[in-house]
Design a protein around this ligand. Sequence first.
Ligand SMILES: *Cc1c(COP(=O)(O)O)cnc(C)c1O
Ligand code: SF4
Length: 445
Amino acid sequence: MEKKKQAWIQSLQSVSEDLSEVEEPPSEPPGSGNSDPPAPRRSRPARPRPSARFPLNEKTNAFRRKYFPGVTVSQWNDWHWQVQNRLRTATALSRVLDLSQDERAALQRSSSRFPAAVTPYYASLLDGEDPLQPLRRSVIPVLDEFVPSPGEADDPLGEDHDSPVPGLVHRYPDRVLFLVTGFCSTYCRYCTRSRMVGHKGGHAGKKQWEKALAYIQETPSVRDVLISGGDPLTLSDDALEWLLQRLRAIRHVEFVRIGTKVPAVLPQRITGALVRLLRRHHPLWMSLHFTHPDELTPEARTACARLADAGIPLGSQTVLLKGINDDAATLKALYHGLLRCRVRPYYLYQCDPISGSAHFRTTVAKGLEIMEGLRGHTTGYAVPTYVIDAPGGGGKIPLLPDYAQGADGQDLVLRNYENRTFRYPGAFDRPSPAPSEPAPYRMAN
Ligand SMILES: *Cc1c(COP(=O)(O)O)cnc(C)c1O
Ligand code: SF4
């Protein structure tokens, strides 16, 4: 057991040393740990391997046949194969997309700054002809990425400042953000952590994990650990098991959550073995990163169903992105789709002012307008909290349309989703300031 642990830890270490060159995920060798052992030879038909039972939507299957003709369905459904065959260069991507000049030039430049990578599966969801298709814009770089705007920064949330040890952000009193890897299977061009994601040195090695675990162990106020990255679900099963076991062994850690985009970009990762592993570490919660309803394919829905069936409460996080999902109809479709997958929309983020993100950022007025378009108009569970993660490290601050209009005498004046006015009596113990003065009262959530 100890030997095995050493082996993966070593593979993890070697990855952390030359991530920029090899860019391999910290995982066990291909084919291992992903599925059940090969079925024994028998005369009657063998039980299909779990990977073969994974769905393959029609569009994706046509893409596989066209661009990966020698690749079998079970290879395609093996997450290791997906990771190893990611499309990362202009040459690779131009095989499957008609790249614009802008995209081509950006791909040639981005390798040094924030690399590009798209799993073959996610590439199958991209529109080959239209560079403005939402999913394509979210993962294929354009030259606007290299244009800095005032107020932008590489670490706008000041995460490095709040890190007592590298890879651990302790901003709120009772919870920490544990950045366990700098690796993602697919890189979102608007990533808040592009400073540490996909780069050499951005990857947490075992030594760094030990320091973070020691800090959590020594800090009894930490009752909630959020494992993020990078994408934690790109770690091998062994690595995840090790991490979860270590966290679980800390008495004051009441619950653990994992933030991941894997169900959207690498749904094949959600294997039977993975969910069996995860369910051993309850209470475990998950926040799934989804951007657009087009991501809710049969594959992604199956991934969510497996996680939900394992008893993991699922929330979603979405970044509000100009021209990608910045209208109420698109987000409503996404949120309705997520509820059907048993995923509760958790946060809608105003896009962080990360360097070169101006082309993705909307106004706050737009975000508030979208929130107005949701609340009351659809299921309350489909309405996330709209937040700005305050630049400089103030944490998440919720924003709400002004439903509380102010005080009139002891009444609170409210307006509903249809813009009709209502009063709530006795909201204040003493008469409020004269109506001519703007009332200072604002209701948070
Ligand atoms: C988002 C975040 C958390 C978790 O916040 P919740 O509102 O509890 O989901 C914790 N720490 C940091 C640094 C974060 O950015
Ligand atoms: S999945 Fe998350 S960490 Fe990875 S590139 Fe996208 S936003 Fe960044």
